[in-house]
Design a protein. Structure first.
Length: 239
């Protein structure tokens, strides 16, 4: 513990050389990984170093920190994600942290809506965070529908792909949406639809949309995925 206490002191000392602080951070991260008791304030100190040194010198720590309950880390990470000046690399690291089992359950519906409203937060990354939140609790269908519809109206194909990912989380798939998305102008969006239909949709609905799309698809790669999806669905038991 004395060694870890010294490492924490070095990490918090802004006068220490950056390389030495890197080593101290790595020692504390290793202690967390091994389940060794660490001094109070360790998670926040590591997160503070990540925020200061990201994106190149973060020690992989945010993945472990996502499994360590800490209210101060959660609040600081949420602030970083909300801050348009934080930078895209730090926001991606922050989403990884918040996606961890210790923090994802703390993101309530209002927080998710607030993040969706912030234009600087990448919908693709945010869709992954929403998926992690949804794995721990049931997200309201109306919330998922509102996010899905908002993102699917975007002119950006990547944002519409994120809408497809969110739609796949809904307990009651809506045929009209999936049929429309399957005919999207972007082949990447259409491929995302095929992937999610095979993974999550009820067999009858998936077969109906895949068959209808096969009659219209003109891109070879997408046609190939449709045929593979058809074969997978036909082999699947159940309705």
């Amino acid at each position: 513990m004395n060694l870890l206490k010294h490492a924490l002191e070095v990490l918090l000392d802004t006068e220490s050389p950056r390389g030495l602080r890197d080593v101290a951070c790595s020692a504390l991260v290793a202690a967390l990984e091994e389940g060794v008791a660490t001094p109070p304030g360790t998670p926040m100190a590591i997160w503070g170093w990540i925020r200061e040194a990201a994106p190149k010198r973060w020690c992989g720590a945010e993945f472990r920190l996502g499994e360590v309950p800490d209210a101060a880390v959660f609040a600081s990470a949420l602030d970083a994600l909300r801050d348009p000046a934080s930078g895209s690399e730090l926001r991606r690291i922050t989403i990884d942290l918040l996606s961890g089992r210790a923090h994802a359950p703390n993101l309530d519906d209002d927080m998710l809506c607030d993040l969706v409203d912030r234009q600087h937060v990448d919908p693709t990354d945010l869709a992954g965070l929403i998926r992690c939140v949804g794995s721990g609790r049931n997200l309201p269908g109306e919330l998922l529908r509102a996010i899905r519809d908002r993102w699917f109206e975007s002119p950006l194909a990547g944002t519409r792909e994120a809408a497809v990912d969110v739609a796949a989380l809904m307990s009651q798939p809506e045929r009209a949406f999936w049929a429309t998305a399957a005919a999207d102008s972007s082949e990447d969006v259409r491929l995302a639809v095929i992937y999610q239909l095979v993974r999550r949709a009820e067999k009858r609905l998936a077969l109906e949309i895949v068959r209808a799309r096969l009659d219209q698809e003109q891109v070879v790669d997408v046609t190939g995925e449709l045929h593979r999806a058809m074969a997978t669905l036909l082999r699947r038991s159940g309705p």
